[in-house]
Design a protein around this ligand. Structure first.
Ligand code: ADP
Ligand code: AMP
Length: 236
């Protein structure tokens, strides 16, 4: 008889705090929504939270709007305060999937101070996709008002321009142009690439996944990495 216990099912597995890292368009939001349903922990997307602030015309939303439309990052203190507010919600008690955060070393260091509240250490998954594929991902992206994500090339809705789930009209984000994409990639190279190295070299719970594969294949690889890192850190 084997001495090794099998890995638990996703159903009785609590991943704790999970970070999805990677350049704009690698599939963080798409994967976060699938994993959120599977593991029963919330997705926290700083991009979504900032767009909500913009829609509600809060003072943060007004500041963020200008920076987002140019593809620049919103200052760390503003984003950290927004995340701190979200962490107060009780649904984050057993963990969460952070998508699009942290994007700077300053944000990563601030997050470290918040993670002490969790029994489980953070797991970081870097999704990697070649840059030439990302341009099509970004310019082809369409979203529903409720935040469902489609792509006119790779993930088409059943009916053009209409959300499969609630029938709403799909929209294109105003920063999803070729011009702003290059600015966002510059911000990624200048600030966020270092965050990936931060998690690669600190703490050991880090995995890299090829995001240039069908959505469900990527989900499977992330799920496998989470299970392995939780039970056998340093080996994924
Ligand atoms: P991010 O949150 O990293 O910016 P998204 O999840 O919004 O990325 O995905 C960017 C675009 O790429 C969306 O239009 C989405 O439908 C599409 N997409 C996501 N994952 C894949 C995949 N594995 N293969 C093809 N297209 C994908
Ligand atoms: P996203 O939805 O993740 O593609 O983010 C859209 C835009 O929101 C980015 O280009 C930034 O302007 C801003 N943004 C989102 N998350 C962050 C963050 N963690 N730090 C700074 N700016 C952010």
């Amino acid at each position: 008889m084997s001495m090794h216990k099998p890995l638990p099912d996703a159903n009785d597995f609590l991943p704790g705090p999970v970070l999805l890292l990677g350049a704009p368009g690698v599939g963080k939001g798409t994967q976060a929504k699938l994993l959120m349903e599977e593991f029963g922990i919330p997705q926290i997307s700083t991009g979504d939270l900032l767009r909500e602030n913009r829609k509600n015309r809060t003072s943060l939303g007004m500041i963020a709007d200008e920076l987002m439309s140019k593809g620049q990052l919103v200052p760390d203190d503003l984003v950290n305060d927004m995340v701190a507010e979200r962490f107060k919600d009780p649904d984050t008690e057993h963990g969460y999937i952070l998508d699009g955060y942290p994007r700077t070393i300053g944000q990563a260091q601030w997050l470290d101070t918040q993670l002490v509240a969790y029994m489980l250490p953070v797991v970081a998954v870097n999704i990697v996709v070649p840059q030439q594929v990302l341009l099509e991902r970004i310019t082809g992206r369409r979203i529903s008002p409720a935040g469902r994500i489609y792509n006119i090339y790779t993930n088409r809705p059943k009916q053009d321009g209409i959300c499969d789930v609630d029938g709403s009209t799909l929209e294109q984000r105003k920063d999803d142009t070729e011009e702003v994409f290059y600015e966002r990639m510059k911000a990624f190279d200048a600030k966020t690439a270092a965050v990936i190295e931060y998690y690669r070299t600190h703490g050991g719970r880090f995995a890299e996944v090829n995001g240039d594969q069908p959505v469900e294949t990527v989900t499977g690889e992330i799920r496998a990495a989470l299970l392995k890192l939780r039970h056998h850190p340093d080996q994924a």
